[in-house]
Each structure stands twice: as structure tokens, then as C-alpha cells.
Write a protein that binds this ligand. Sequence first.
Ligand code: TGC
Ligand code: FAD
Length: 387
Amino acid sequence: MRSLDPLDLYEIDDLLSDEERMIRDAVARFVDEKALPLIPKCFDEARFPAELIPEIADLGLLGSSLEGYGCAGLNATSYGLICQELERGDSGLRSFVSVQSSLCMYPIHAFGSEEQKERWLPEMAAGRVIGCFGLTEPHGGSDPSNMKTRARKDGDDWILNGAKMWITNGNIADIAIVWAQTDDGVQGFIVEKDFDGYEAREIHAKMSLRASITSELYFDNVRVPDANRLPNVKGLKGPLSCLNQARYGITWGPIGAATACLKEALDYCGERELFGRPVSATQSAQVKLADMARRITSAKLLSWRLGRLKDEGKLHPSQVSLAKWNNVRMALDIARECRDLLGGSGITLEYSAIRHALNLESVITYEGTETVHQLVIGRELTGHNAF
Ligand code: TGC
Ligand code: FAD
């Protein structure tokens, strides 16, 4: 009987096109050769490896699923595989690309004027302009309809006041896509880093996503020209449709983190001999490892199906919620279990399990907490809004 690849028991590789496999393998090489040698030290020092940005851009990973304006125009599965491989390295790398691509370039592409697209997108695809996305506010991110940041019209300009919290890339961003309440509903503004009254303050002492920058943003009477307002969307569906794009990618990312953990646990338990046999020859280790393979396989099939639905233009936000909930929970549980299988070694940065577990504590909270996604599914099933 042929033996199966322990990291792909269902031969899901065969469901991918040659191009999709080629893209995945190129990102995997970058992660193995360039990112992983840096990441544990960056995590230890709480530093984002900004030196990787030019190569991430050269690989075409910024705005990869957008058409035109220097973007690669890849399909949804390819974008997912990019997220998967980056997060096999570290959730912080995937976060950087998610925010730049899905939360900053996507809204300019989908809702911006032609001038805004031409001004910002090629520079962002080249990694020369970095973006951040300001939706969450200090008083409660799950309920963005209670938005207090406000923009009021003043002649041809807007005056922006308020604060945003937990903003990825905040302190390295050249522009912030800021969502603010106006007399006409929620609107999006491109705030440039040197606008008077705008300030980003880095959040320190994080125990999660340490190789990523997280900031607070402050707006004190910031004057924003109307030319920097995204003209083609009003209402919360603007930011929420950006979240749809990013959450789709996030369903794939944790598959990478979980696969890295499973591989590490298989290697470790195969070599570690206790009571006269390898740990991997014990029933309890095998049950744990088998359960990980089962959950990773299911997660891969969910994301693969989502990718095909997305390319067919049939993706529903509730489908994304189900996969974001399932796949992040899967990876968080697996990372914690692998940490345990590694014994004392599992608490150091020499191995990746604890780093992935700590990172995934953020991933399960951002882009809609686990509870938010459960309630989206509950509403889809029952028709009752339980928020
Ligand atoms: P509701 O107020 O009823 O709807 C407002 C309008 O939005 C539309 N809509 C959507 N459109 C596109 N995609 C979606 N997923 C959408 N969900 C809703 C809706 O149709 C409506 O349109 P219209 O035309 O009728 O006005 O909103 P709701 O009741 O559906 O939403 C409630 C809830 C709780 C699900 C929503 O507020 C929510 O998702 N809250 C969580 C907020 C969140 O996820 N924040 C994330 C911030 S960004 C981030 O975390 C980045 S981390 C990045 C990284 O580092 O990787
Ligand atoms: P809250 O909304 O206050 O939630 C607190 C608790 O209440 C949670 O357990 C939640 O599940 C629960 N809860 C909420 N609603 C209900 C309900 N109806 N019933 C029962 N329980 C409920 N945001 C951005 O805009 N841009 C970014 O780039 C960004 N990057 C981030 C990076 C990191 C590292 C982190 C940690 C967060 C980031 N966020 C970003 C913010 C993130 O989206 C929010 O943290 C998230 O939406 C939750 O908001 P909150 O932290 O205010 O928690």
C-alpha cells in the first residue's frame, strides 16, 4: 500500500492548479530561507522584520488578488496559499500582508477614485507605501456601529477627531485608511502620516504577535482634503466588506501555523525516547497527532472550497465566519497541544509551537472574535440577531 504524506493525508495538493502550487512553493521558499531565520529573534525583541518588505513586494504578495495598478491579479486560492505559507512562518508576517492587501489596497481599489488608485496602489504593491486600517475604537471593537470617530465637513476639507485602537502596522504606515462617522453615515478617509494632528503610538508589552507592530491612532482636528475621502462607499458595509477579504485570507493562514506545529511535534516525538520507546509510539501521542491531522485536513477543505466560491463570485460572509471560527480555533488548540508534546523544550523560542500559540491568541480575537463569528452563524441558522 502506498504511504501518505503526513502533512497532506487527503492529497489536497491535487486539487490545486500548477500555478497555485508554484506560487505556494515560491512563498514557502521565501519563508524557509529568509523569514524563519529572523523570526524567533524578532519575536523575542518585539520587532517587525521590515527588512523583508522589499522581497515580499518583489514576490508580488502585496495586493496580489487585485487587477491592474501593478498588482498580480491572482485568484483567491493563490491569495489563500500565500497567507498559509506566510503564517507557517509567523502570524505577524501574514498580518502585515493581510492589512496591506485586504484592508488598505482593497478599499482603495474597490471604493477609491481613479486618482487615488493611480496615486497609491502601484506604490503600495511595490512596498514603498505602507498602509494601516483603523476601524476598532478603544470602547469596543466588536460593535463598530457604535463609532465615535467623527469627520465633519469644513469647506472642501473634512475635520477628523477621535481615536483608533489595536491598529496593525500603525507606526510604520505612510497612510491610514480611517473609518469615521459623518452626517451621511460611515465613510473612509486616507489619512497621510504627516497630516497635522495625526499621531500613531505603538502598543508595547504584547505577549502575542510580537513580530508585528500594533498601535493606537489619534486624530486631533486633522484636516483631510475631500480628495482623500473614498468616494464610492457609504455605511458600515465599506469596512465590513474589507473585513470579508481579510477574514477569507485568515481562514488559510492558521492552516500554515498548525502545519508547522504538527511537523515539529512529529519530528520531536519521533526522536524523543522515554520508557524505552519513542513518544510517537505511545497511544496517547498518536491520538493527539491523529486528531491534529484530522482537524488540519478539514480546515484545508473548508478554505479550498471558500476559494473556489470566491472566484465564482458566490462567497457569503457567513461562510467566511464559519471557516474563520473553525480554522483559527483548530490552529490554536493544535499549537497548545504541540507545546505540551514538546515538554519543557516547548516553552522556548527554539521551537515554534509556543510562538504560534501566543500569536493565535490575537488571531482568534481580531477580525471578529470567535463569539462574533459564532453569533453570525447563529443568526444565519435561526434568523434571530443575538448580538
Ligand atoms: P449591520 O450593522 O447590520 O450591517 C451594516 C452593513 O454592512 C453590511 N455587512 C457586510 N458587508 C460586507 N461584508 C460583511 N461581512 C458584512 N456584514 C454586514 C450589511 O449588509 C449592512 O449593509 P447595508 O447596505 O444594509 O447598510 O452589521 P451586522 O449586524 O451584519 O454586523 C454585526 C457584526 C457584529 C457581525 C459586525 O459589526 C462585525 O463583524 N463586528 C466585528 C468587527 C471586526 O471584525 N473588526 C475587525 C477590525 S480590523 C482587524 O481586526 C484587523 S486585524 C488584521 C491583521 O493584523 O491581520
Ligand atoms: P470587545 O469587542 O470589547 O470584546 C470583548 C469580549 O466580548 C470578547 O470576548 C467578545 O467576543 C465578547 N463579545 C462581543 N460581543 C458580544 C456579544 N454580543 N455577546 C457576547 N459576547 C460578546 N482593528 C483594526 O481596526 N485594525 C487593525 O489593524 C487591527 N489589528 C489588530 C491587531 C491585534 C494584535 C489585535 C489584538 C487586534 C487588532 N484589531 C485591529 C482589533 C480587533 O479587531 C479587536 O480587538 C476585535 O474586533 C475585538 O474588539 P475588542 O478588543 O474591543 O473586544
